[in-house]
Write a protein that binds this ligand. Structure first.
Ligand code: CUA
Length: 409
């Protein structure tokens, strides 16, 4: 009776666990899953996975059923003699060597077929995007449009995109779970990956090959937009920055950079080589409309702080001209560094640090102050004033620099 009771309790516990685990997988928002592919590439891989899972499950059930049968049928019984010991059974040994070999041969057929499909050359008329991996950020080049950008990838819906994958330093790997990948970026070689995004949305991308300290912090966002919007975006990106200054207080806030755009015109004669703009909608994805799963929300180290100051873009522009920033970064018409990510349209990006933090005045000022504290291994040295760097920028100057960069739309 007690054992019967215990069995029932165990069964109820097991059933509860199964229901909880099952329901946990019922979410309709699964933005980072590979199991709901949104491209032909993803579906080819998914179909292969489904096939292998189906046959693998059948083999598993057969083997386990046989095992359980043997365990019960030949269990030790009261008063039975010890079983006879045997050594070697040629028939059995041939059988259990051949069976897996046959199974592997069967699995090889759809696997090799899928490899050929997904490794084929991209169809004619594909949009070429060069992807260049850096420790630890992504550079995206669009040779057809003469556009270079970083960490935010724009793609037109319905057109096949052919990625040419390269690396500037060590090995990286390119992956947008619901669209395609993973494919490695290998030194002295170009790998290709192509697929056709089918729906407009925002997708997260990551590096999936260990590439050093901030491998886990090497992320990017993919914006799949209607073709007209993509063309407008590419036209905008090709040109110089559109200067849209706005007061940028560094007080903690939840609003992204997009919300700060064009609220207060402050045209400055000393502004960079671009016309100050006060209105008009940008062809970039508004930061305040990012879905929650694509938002950047990493914590800032507690001992890294900035005063409550309001940055001034025009002052920031003056500082930038002679700042060490110009050695590594491009701002079209202003600076021509090539080591770091381009900053020409920096203010229209949604995140900084390769997807780590929201691109707002506070995070950006902190980033310039001490980026290695926010992202381990960051190659950009700290520029904030500190006991070890008395010549660094004070909080007001950092806020001004941030205000300037955020005004580059
Ligand atoms: Cu780049 Cu891991």
């Amino acid at each position: 009776m007690t054992s019967h009771y215990r069995t029932r309790r165990l069964a109820i516990a097991a059933l509860t666990a199964v229901i909880v685990v099952g329901l946990a997988a019922c979410s309709t928002t699964v933005p980072n899953t590979t199991l709901e592919p949104k491209t032909e590439f993803g579906r080819a891989i998914d179909a292969l996975w489904d096939t292998l899972l189906f046959w693998g499950t059948i083999v598993f059930i057969l083997v386990e059923a046989f095992l359980i049968y043997v365990v019960i049928r030949f269990r030790r019984r009261e008063g039975q003699p010890a079983p006879r010991h045997v050594h070697g059974n040629t028939t059995l040994e041939i059988a259990w060597t051949l069976a897996p070999a046959v199974i592997l041969a069967i699995i090889a057929v759809p696997t090799v077929k899928t490899i050929f499909t997904t490794q084929a050359n991209a169809p004619r008329g594909s949009l070429t995007v060069e992807v260049i991996g850096h420790q630890w950020w992504w550079e995206f080049r669009y040779p057809e449009h003469n556009v270079v950008t970083a960490n935010e990838l724009y793609l037109p819906v319905g057109r096949t995109v052919n990625f040419a994958l390269k690396t500037q330093d060590v090995l990286h790997s390119f992956w947008i779970p619901q669209l395609g990948g993973k494919r490695d970026l290998i030194t002295n070689r170009t790998n290709y990956l192509w697929f056709t995004p089918e729906s407009t949305s925002v997708w997260n991308g990551v590096c999936v090959e260990y590439c050093g300290t901030s491998h886990a912090n090497m992320r990017f966002k993919t914006f799949v937009v209607p073709p007209e919007q993509f063309d407008a975006w590419a036209n905008h990106q090709r040109g110089g920055p559109v200067f849209m200054p706005a007061p940028t207080p560094t007080a903690p806030t939840d609003t992204g950079a997009g919300a700060a755009a064009a609220t207060q015109p402050a045209a400055q004669a000393s502004a960079p080589a671009a016309q100050p703009q006060t209105s008009g909608s940008l062809p970039t994805f508004p930061a305040d409309q990012l879905p929650l799963y694509a938002a950047s929300y990493n914590p800032v180290p507690r001992n890294l702080t900035i005063g409550n100051v309001t940055g001034d873009a025009a002052r920031g522009a003056q500082i930038y001209r002679t700042a060490p920033c110009i050695a590594c970064h491009v701002v079209q018409g202003v600076s021509a560094g090539i080591v770091g990510p381009t900053l020409t349209h920096f203010g229209s990006r949604t995140s900084i640090g390769a997807g780590l933090f929201p691109n707002d005045p506070r995070h950006l000022a902190l980033w310039i102050k001490n980026s290695p504290a926010m992202k381990p291994g960051s190659k950009m040295p700290p520029f904030g004033k500190s006991p070890t760097m008395p010549a660094g920028y004070d909080d007001q100057q950092l806020a001004d620099l941030a205000a300037y960069l955020l005004s580059l739309k």
